[in-house]
Design a protein. Structure first.
Length: 435
């Protein structure tokens, strides 16, 4: 049981300004739940120390008196202390090699680790996430990147009015800008050379829904992948419509043995499937990638796909917004994660090299890997609105008890990767990664 709950400042990235719990959540925990909250001082967090003080928290340089500590991103090995409970995005469940040393350190110190990513309901649906805000920031950035790229091609499009997401004071301010652009497109149309203008989305989860929410501020009309393939053959199309296409599993992969697509078999036996996404690439103006991907699944876009597309001249595909940001993953031309202050690069399919910025031959790639940090106030509010409900049960839990006897809400117990430094039953498979 914890006397003091800590909120750590974020230091993995220079531009990381989020918090797992905001002042409004702290006020609720202090006044209604009677918890003692200690906030580690920060001069860059979007919420000031003074805001937390007014909410009833204590401000401190360190969190040594806290036995339960909440953060957002990974924490350095030197931060951990014997027997404490840490709650953050640890990024270890897939055996991420770069975080195995951190996991070993937590084990050596007999710590408890709760991973936000694994806080799920009975159907396996995540309960605490930033994904929706990643989608929103990624879509804002992709439209901004589109404006800069079109300007390089000689088009003074309405999208040049946009700013990168983190330059907006709030999500509402960004929405208003994009809504204005949507109105201008509806009234004045899209240049003939850019028609039909199509935005494709892979996936339909929280991330994709966030991106689609922003795109929905434009005059969009949703069509199916099948109709997309015949769209360019239609002689008469409206000049003030942005077409939107959502690609699901059955749209992006096919069975190598010619059998009908089966989504359950696809996830169980991905080796039986290959990508068929290449046929859609010539039809897309912007592609927004929002899918979860592992190496055993076929890629959506390969370097070879883009090379063949590029041989035919500058393709219609102008911007790839890789919100998933898996390096050489489902979008193989994502060669590196970009920084918030340097968010785009041009991938040249001929040389397979990238050039930072929006100039050069090829496709413009937006691949920032901490996109929710570009909307720090809004994303922290949304994240904390769910997390706040679990703070007191975590604070009240006696982690000295046997795992089977731990009194924790089911979603939190399911997310407990380490208990007193030992992998819990559901995560014993990770022993292989630690070897």
């Amino acid at each position: 049981m914890s006397n003091f709950i800590g909120i750590r400042h974020e230091d993995k990235y220079k531009q990381e300004r989020r918090a797992p719990l905001t002042p409004k959540h702290v006020a609720r925990l202090v006044r209604q739940k009677k918890l003692d909250i200690v906030v580690q001082t920060s001069d860059k967090r979007v919420f000031t120390d003074e805001e937390y003080l007014q909410a009833g928290a204590k401000i401190a340089k360190d969190l040594k008196k806290c036995s339960v500590i909440f953060g957002v991103k990974e924490m350095p090995d030197t931060f951990f202390e014997q027997g404490k409970t840490y709650v953050f995005f640890a990024h270890v469940v897939k055996g991420q090699e770069y975080n195995m040393h951190m996991l070993r350190r937590l084990m050596d110190l007999k710590c408890n680790l709760i991973e936000y990513e694994r806080v799920v309901d009975e159907q396996g649906k995540r309960l605490i996430f930033f994904g929706r805000y990643a989608g929103m920031a990624g879509m804002i950035n992709s439209l901004w990147a589109l404006g800069t790229r079109l300007r390089e091609f000689g088009y003074n499009s309405y999208f040049t009015r946009l700013k990168q997401a983190h330059h907006y004071h709030s999500l509402q301010e960004a929405r208003e800008d994009i809504s204005t652009i949507g109105q201008l497109i509806a009234e004045n149309g899209i240049p003939h050379e850019l028609r039909p203008f199509v935005i494709g989305f892979s996936g339909y989860g929280n991330c994709s829904q966030g991106a689609q929410e922003i795109a929905g501020l434009l005059p969009v009309k949703e069509i199916s992948p099948e109709k997309l393939l015949g769209l360019h053959r239609r002689k008469k199309l409206p000049d003030n419509i942005v077409y939107k296409v959502i690609f699901k599993e059955e749209d992006i992969a096919e069975n190598i043995h010619g059998e009908p697509f089966d989504v359950h078999d696809y996830y169980a036996n991905p080796g039986n499937y290959r990508s068929k996404f290449e046929k859609y690439l010539p039809c897309l103006s912007v592609f927004i990638n929002c899918i979860y991907w592992e190496k055993r699944y076929p890629r959506l876009i390969t370097k070879e796909n883009l090379r063949k597309l590029f041989i035919k001249g500058q393709p219609k595909l102008t911007v790839i917004g890789d919100i998933s940001c898996d390096v050489e993953g489902s979008v193989e031309c994502t060669l590196k994660p970009a920084e918030i202050d340097d968010p785009v690069y041009v991938y040249n399919p001929s040389t397979e090299q990238i050039t930072m910025g929006h100039k050069g031959e090829g496709m413009l790639v937006m691949a920032v890997d901490i996109l929710p940090a570009e909307l720090p106030r809004d994303s922290s509010d949304g994240f904390g609105d769910v997390l706040v409900n679990f703070v007191k049960p975590i604070a009240d839990a006696d982690f000295e008890e046997h795992f089977d006897d731990l009194d924790l809400p089911k979603p939190i117990k399911k997310a407990l990767i380490l208990h007193k430094g030992e992998l819990t039953p559901e995560y014993k498979y990770m022993e292989e990664f630690l070897k």
